[in-house]
Design a binder for this molecule. Structure first.
Ligand code: CP
Ligand code: NVA
Length: 299
């Protein structure tokens, strides 16, 4: 693997291999290989982050490398220097880059122009590292997704749902997305996805019925904070105790965090499922180390 730019560009065997290695690295934490020894990795962030920043900084360090955090406000990117120029500078100095930004095209351009391994740490279009951590958590706690229904309740066309829909396409599990009609995946996206196992509904209970996994995310993603009219459409798409009554016995609840209590999830549900949700957050570290190892070994 040279880059991780999206879930779209992966396939089932690559995802399975990354998850197997993430489980291995999790078990071997503190006594595994250090393939990034002597390398410096830039972490270029133009959006806020707690989990992604910390897990990549720790992960790069644990693999022997040196993480260099570059907030857009600290470098000339924040004063208008194009990402294309930043890419050609960093590509001559560091060994790899982890990028969180708005436009997916910027990450793709960076990978092409820098010539160094590039990892998408969230764009408006995809959040591949998060979905791999989510799948790892499903594997650990539900024994995998074979024959199970997974529900995503919330924004139907966010970076999270897009990445989950591609994961469902590659892995074949039944993914039911419940979202307001105005925040559904576009017809063009669904035609391109071409996955009969991805079902879109506008009724949260229908999606949740008999689901083994109930997944949600913020209603307003980063950069959408002012879209109050968007938020108003999501009232019926809250993950709460009443909704979970429809889910399968033994279901798990996932939230990529940060969570807004009493918006997309109630405090009661979040606290009841906190062990799962914080395990999911921890798994960011392990799965991202597996991504970096795959890049370092070009496997
Ligand atoms: N889930 C996630 O990506 O969290 P951060 O925004 O804190 O990195
Ligand atoms: N959809 C959210 C995910 C945060 C991790 C956002 O983009 O803000």
């Amino acid at each position: 693997m040279n880059h991780l730019l999206s879930i779209e560009e992966l396939n089932g065997p690559i995802i399975e291999a990354l998850l197997a290695d993430a489980l291995r690295l999790k078990a071997a934490r503190g006594h595994h290989e250090t393939p990034l020894t002597g390398q410096t990795w830039a972490m270029l962030f133009t959006k806020s982050s707690t989990r992604t920043r910390v897990s990549f900084e720790v992960g790069i360090h644990e693999l022997g490398g040196n993480p260099m955090f570059l907030s857009k406000n600290d470098i000339q990117l924040g004063r208008g220097e194009p990402i294309q120029d930043t890419a050609r500078v960093l590509g001559r100095m560091v060994h790899g880059a982890v990028i969180r930004t708005f436009d997916q095209a910027d990450v793709v351009d960076f990978a092409r122009l820098s010539g160094i391994p590039t990892v998408n740490a969230l764009t408006d279009e995809e959040h591949p590292c998060q979905i791999l951590a989510d799948l790892m958590t499903v594997k650990e706690l539900s024994g995998g997704w074979q024959g199970k229904k997974i529900a995503f309740i919330g924004d139907g066309f966010s970076n999270m749902t897009v990445s989950w829909m591609w994961a469902a396409k590659h892995l074949g599990f039944a993914l039911h997305v419940a979202c307001p009609p105005a925040y559904s995946p576009s017809r063009g996206f669904l035609d391109n996805l071409d996955a009969a196992n991805v079902v879109i509904t506008h009724d949260a209970a229908t999606a949740a019925r008999d689901a083994a996994v109930i997944n949600t995310d913020v209603w307003l993603s980063m950069g959408q904070e002012d879209q109050k009219e968007k938020e108003q459409a999501f009232g019926p798409f809250q993950v709460n105790a009443a909704l979970l009554k429809h889910a399968a016995t033994g279901h798990i609840v996932l939230h990529c965090l940060p969570a807004y209590r009493e918006k997309e999830i109630t405090a009661e549900v979040l606290e009841k499922h906190a062990a799962t949700i914080f395990q999911q957050a921890e798994n960011r570290l392990h799965v991202q180390k597996a991504i970096l190892v795959a890049i370092a070994n070009n496997t």
